[in-house]
Design a protein around this ligand. Sequence first.
Ligand code: PRX
Length: 654
Amino acid sequence: MSQSEPTAAAVYPVPDAFAATARIRREDYERDYAAALADPDAYWARVAQRLDWFVPPTKTRDVSYALEDFRIRWFEDGVLNVSVNCLDRHLAARGDKTALIFEPDDPAKPAQRISYRELHARVCKLANALRNLGVKKGDRVTIYLPMTPDAVVAIQACARIGAIHSVVFGGFSPNSIADRIADCTSKLVITADEGLRGGKTVPLKANVDAALKMPGTNSVETVLVVRHTGGAVDMQMPRDRWYDAVVDDQPAECEPERMNAEDPLFILYTSGSTGKPKGVLHTTAGYLVWASYTHESVFDLREDDVFWCTADVGWVTGHSYVAYGPLANGGTGIVFEGVPNYPNVSRFWEVIDKHQVTIFYTAPTAIRALMREGEAPVKKTSRASLRLLGSVGEPINPEAWRWYHEVVGDSRCPIVDTWWQTETGGILISPLPGATDLKPGSATIPFFGVQPALVDANGAILDGATEGNLVLLDSWPGQMRTVYGDHARFIETYFKTYPGMYFTGDGCRRDEDGYYWITGRVDDVINVSGHRIGTAEVESALVSHPLVAEAAVVGFNHDIKGQGIYAYVTLVAGEAPTEDLRKALVAHVRKEIGPIATPDFVQWAPGLPKTRSGKIMRRILRKIAENAPDQLGDTSTLADPSVVKSLVDERLVK
Ligand code: PRX
């Protein structure tokens, strides 16, 4: 699968009809991009006025990436509340407008429409309940919920009282929940009896029970349990409380906490190249400015749009473009509990017709999987309501892009291929649909205020059409502020590789039109179906199995998932590899991390290729996993070059 194409690639100009009514046209983009660089203080002070403040900021930015004098602060003396911005300020003009449309997993069940007034009341009730349970400003709350409006309510309720939420994706295992609770010492967990995905139940409460038996989790005082499926759960009193019993009788008004611009809003754990997932910390004002401004601009938002971002709230895309951005903009968003192929592979398109979705934002992996099913499941639906499509999470190969454009969008809808990261809070490189000509496979050009650059291995900035490592030369309001509890790791991970720059971990090409083509991670992070998995995490899960002596994990190109997980495993002396053991190891990784970390291949490795100083040479392992044994390069520095031959001979993809 080719991730990028020659620069002579087809260009899709902005459709005239789109440009005619667009919020931002080419000349607006050029003017504002230049203005944001020329006088960032003036530019962002103006943009910050899109929020409602208790006390407007008098300071705009205070940023230094210099290691000895490091700081990132935006709007630092402003005072505001995020939930007031997402809910209260819409009540007068949009109280009856639909804020969220809930489409359940089972299409036979009724969809729900929740107005801004109703959402406000639900958020206030939960916020009051949380306060009654002793949750105060700055306390951490872990949210482990299915993709239902309750998840958005929980997020907004935390924001209302200044509690820092940490959403854990419902597909993560008890171990992963426990690690995340322990890292931020959560006081309270909000979960549901069970989740529902593709007709199957997910034992959410039971997973929380298992997590809370693990070491380091005794900070949790209360578990609030939403009745979702009605499935049986163990309630351990007084720790566990039914959500409805605690929340339903609360007042529907709740005094919002006055938050400083730089007070933490949430922690979201994401994988890096080393160690355990790190808690990416976002703060209040800069994050909301970024989520709302990018949402409005990149998606060319109109008052009557129905915006559907298919991401789960367990990921950053679900934070910025389900739970925060659309609500801050007074938009109507869809919350979809299900999956693209249940009960059939037309589900996405049927939901688009059912709710008259105008903007649809999903991941390349879903497009590729649905593309495989052919055009018929798409073409039997209308999709006439659509006017804009979006892509996020991984590079979209030009073939999938064209299918998305022609088949899903009937060649009518522009596609915004949005590049960003958990760390960036929102979109950084993307077309603006009324301003930017498109090239399939390219995330195109930077958003206002974003200064990408490509550097070589020594950090020298490269000019013109070239390829290198993607860095950002200056801050933007939505930038993460720290790794929760480990500021040194924040600096080390992002600002030490290339001093004075933020290093993204991505490789990238720039063509002669200045368009950016992300080529994928250059660190030890694998992007599986748009989800980040650290090779170190999978390796440590594998070696925690008693029969495993050593493991090395690499990514390989996968037709549907973008990348898959390929593991090399050395067993302890005397253990014979068997098919049963292979299955047991795969099951063990699923149990330790969650199904998203399932290895696609486990190859038995009598030995791993190492340098004389004992470092595993992943470059060689990657080439073997990619079935490119003729590209191994120099193996002469290996401690024992003979191990390579046996790995090549036994490789699982030929
Ligand atoms: O490698 C890039 C890839 O996803 C990484 C960020 O992953 P995460 O923090 O989980 O956030 C995903 C949703 C924003 C990036 O370092 N990535 C994300 N969007 C794109 C992309 N790669 C290419 N094109 C994109 N549009």
